[in-house]
Design a binder for this molecule. Structure first.
Ligand code: FAD
Ligand code: SF4
Ligand code: SF4
Length: 397
């Protein structure tokens, strides 16, 4: 059966306006639920955590405060990595195993268009080949939920959806309307996403050869790693990024996002809490545990660890982020080496990244959407941000 692809996007129907992350919901008949479902109109993470996982996160547990409701967390990697996957291909492997064991009839995932390797094309994959064709990040806003009408029309009853936080919030909000017997949700963390035009600007400002980049990731060694068509690797230290030029490159949705760790997925697969080269898995509920167990024999594991102290690095980075300071490359390289040697590792690296992004995003919302601040920022994010001193300019806005 041919892969089902989404209908073309209409540009006049996004009630979140400039904050819209193009999650795809408003390209479907489910637009009727947008007021309650859109992550940027009504923030409902804590309430939806309770319905998805049976409880909200415990704010007095440091791990849950940062990483959300969970019963298990581990570092893992595939014994036989999938060639061309973003990391070792755990996400694709779970989707393939679920199809092959007939747990689901289809998988919502994102392939790319024929013309452009980074242009997302959401599909409902029904075979291993179709899932594999969706491997590797399309590092741009992707309208994954634009296939929801196709899901209903296909009559399928058991579905796996792969997606990032804003997509999953909207999906959870309309889950009961989809007519499914079982929905499995496999999430990835997500931060600093961009439009396709923004991605081009990022590549052109940061890589030596933007047109040959096939893959990139902001890694735990405080460097961006680019992989090029010829197999070569290029690394650029975070501190050397041209932040003055990149300040406006991230989408307003992503500058206002507080769901870095995909709080509403059953199972999350990322890298941020794992040692360099390993993936990070967070099991949030019993459904997530079943998905985890299904592929466990394809993986090797090591316990998560935490080393270092992020707090002063985060505090110092707040004004730098805020002013868009860019270091000369030699200083950036040096700083990268020092931070890699003595800086936060494992879960402490993940907390560093969450703290840096939440403080930046809090300031962004406070300055640009002060009327939304109170409702839009979840309690756990307020708690995290309150550990830091923010610039007075923002506090007096
Ligand atoms: P693969 O087996 O290669 O599968 C990748 C899956 O991602 C595919 O199924 C595809 O459908 C899906 N996908 C691709 N592009 C998109 C998209 N734009 N939107 C939704 N789904 C998509 N992890 C972290 O720990 N920290 C981060 O800051 C972080 N940022 C991310 C930003 C984006 C935009 C995305 C898509 C992912 C991010 N991740 C992050 C997750 C991480 O990069 C890997 O995707 C994850 O570890 C899975 O790797 P894998 O090899 O198992 O995936
Ligand atoms: Fe609609 Fe999604 Fe945009 Fe919100 S983010 S306005 S739900 S398309
Ligand atoms: Fe969505 Fe947040 Fe990722 Fe932006 S950073 S695409 S808003 S999950």
């Amino acid at each position: 059966m041919p892969v089902k692809t989404a209908r073309p996007i209409r540009s006049d129907r996004y009630p979140a306006k400039e904050l819209c992350s193009r999650c795809g919901l408003c390209d479907t008949s489910y637009v009727q639920y947008v007021k309650e479902a859109c992550a940027f109109i009504t923030q409902r993470i804590e309430e939806l955590e309770a319905s998805a996982h049976g409880r909200s996160r415990q704010l007095d547990s440091d791990r849950e405060l940062y990483f959300g409701v969970h019963s298990h967390m581990t570092a893992a990697r595939k014994l036989e990595p999938i060639e061309g996957a973003q990391w070792t291909g755990i996400v694709s492997s779970i989707a393939i195993a679920m199809l092959e064991h007939n747990w689901v009839e289809g998988v919502v995932c994102v392939q790319n268009t024929e013309e452009d390797r980074f242009q997302p094309k959401p599909v409902i994959a029904r075979t291993a080949e179709e899932v594999l064709a969706a491997r590797v990040n399309k590092p741009t806003l992707s309208p994954n939920l634009s296939i929801l009408d196709l899901v209903r029309e296909s009559g399928m009853k058991r579905l796996l959806a792969i997606g990032v936080g804003c997509q999953i919030q909207a999906l959870r909000a309309v889950q009961a309307e989809l007519g499914l017997e079982k929905l499995y949700v496999l999430g990835t963390p997500c931060v600093d996403n961009v439009t396709r035009a923004g991605l081009q600007k990022f590549l052109e400002t940061t890589s030596r050869s933007p047109e040959t980049v096939v893959h990139y990731e902001f890694m735990q060694d405080f460097r961006v790693h680019f992989k090029h068509e010829d197999g070569s690797t290029e690394t650029v230290p975070f501190f050397g990024l041209k932040t003055n030029q990149l300040k406006d490159v991230f989408a307003p949705s992503c500058m206002s996002c507080f769901d870095y760790v995909n709080s509403l997925a059953d199972l999350v697969v990322g890298y941020m809490g794992a040692p360099f080269g390993w993936q990070w898995m967070v099991v949030r509920n019993d459904t997530g545990r079943e998905m985890f167990d299904l592929v466990a024999e394809q993986l090797e594991f090591q316990p998560v660890m935490s080393k270092g102290d992020r707090k002063s690095a985060v505090q110092q980075s707040i004004p730098a982020y805020d002013k868009g300071v860019t270091l000369p490359m030699w200083a950036a390289q040096l700083m990268g080496v020092v931070i890699e040697k003595i800086g936060p590792k494992g879960l402490e690296y993940a907390r560093f990244s969450i703290d840096s992004h939440f403080t930046r995003n809090y300031l962004y919302v406070k300055r640009n959407y002060p009327q939304k601040l109170e409702e839009h920022v979840p309690a756990y994010a307020k708690c995290i941000v309150s550990q830091y001193k923010l610039p007075d300019r923002a506090l007096s806005t």
